[in-house]
Design a protein around this ligand. Sequence first.
Ligand SMILES: Cc1ncc(COP(=O)(O)O)c(C=O)c1O
Length: 383
Amino acid sequence: MPFHVFDNQELAAVKQVFESGELCSIGGTVGRQFEDTFAEMIGATRAVAVNSGMSALHCALYAAGAGAGDEVICDPMVQFGAMAVIYNNAVPVFADVRRDTHLIEPGSVRERITERTKAIICTHLWGLPCDMDPLMEIADEHGLAVIEDNAHGLFAEYHGRQTGTLGHMAEFSFQMSKHLGLGDAGIATVMDERFIDGVVDCSGINGLATFPKMMWNYRLNEVVAAIGLAQLKRAPGYVEMAIAHGEIYNRAVEDVEWIRAQHVPEGRVHTYHIWAGTFEGDRYGISYEAFKQALSDAGVSMGVGYIERAAYLHDTFTVPLAYGRGCPMFCPLQLHTPEYKEGLCPVAEDVMPRLLLTLTTNGTEETHRENAEKLRSVIQQFE
Ligand SMILES: Cc1ncc(COP(=O)(O)O)c(C=O)c1O
């Protein structure tokens, strides 16, 4: 389904890179132009382009100094932030979310802080900004770094400021399904200058390695950067389209008590990488199994449950060999072994299997209207 447009503009940009003979960011200039243009568009102090969103998360946490013996608080609705914590040999500690917004709950974050806490990763889930003011207040009180996982929220806003500029650092994913889809790519944005060198060091071996600094090789090549630079001109249009798609589903369920669209609090702009709602039909005597079957029979394009269970109940976190020799969570040298068990984040555990999700950064308005009409007709079967 066409959503992203690639035409002569992108071809011309790529041709220029080929003609320059510099396809690597070492020696090339396009990568830096992409970074600077992106930073200016969102209002960040610095942007560092990398080859994926995960690389950006890894580098942000590395720059924050998270390592063995440290804890990083993240939410359990997705696994990405917590995996990046493990990349850094630190331990993920999961905080609960709010039922209506699906976003990390600042009160739960506060409860999880210990003397080992180093950072907080908050996910602007589905494209809706987290409640950043209380999170930043907690972080300031305890000297923690805040990293926004903004894979879903390009150009989303919190009280007039863009996501990706609200914490100390942030991550964006440009994997193909996102608003800005470049195949695979990502960017780390930095607001606090103390962290710039760490992100830059981590992101790429640049040929001038000042050992013993640790560096990963996450450089973004010039070809993808050139496509990115051309696509940035189209990005505001992509975001506008995704919002329009999301609103189609909001309208489709607005009078349905048993399907609750993700709540968008005052002062926040949701940019809908995904439209999300929750199934509440069991509270009204409607069978979830029957509803899922009806969605499938009607051909409604809607995912149910996402990763189904809280991230900490998945093998990545519970099986000691998932990352190697039980480290870092079950490392014999670890000061404290976390217990990843049911009941840790009761709201997330209840919300996750109820999730109804539709990718809004794809298709056309017409395909989403048709899909929403099918959804309406399924809903009517149960009313
Ligand atoms: C919330 C979130 N964070 C991080 C990532 C990782 O991004 P990437 O696939 O570019 O590594 C994703 C990918 O889907 C994501 O959804």
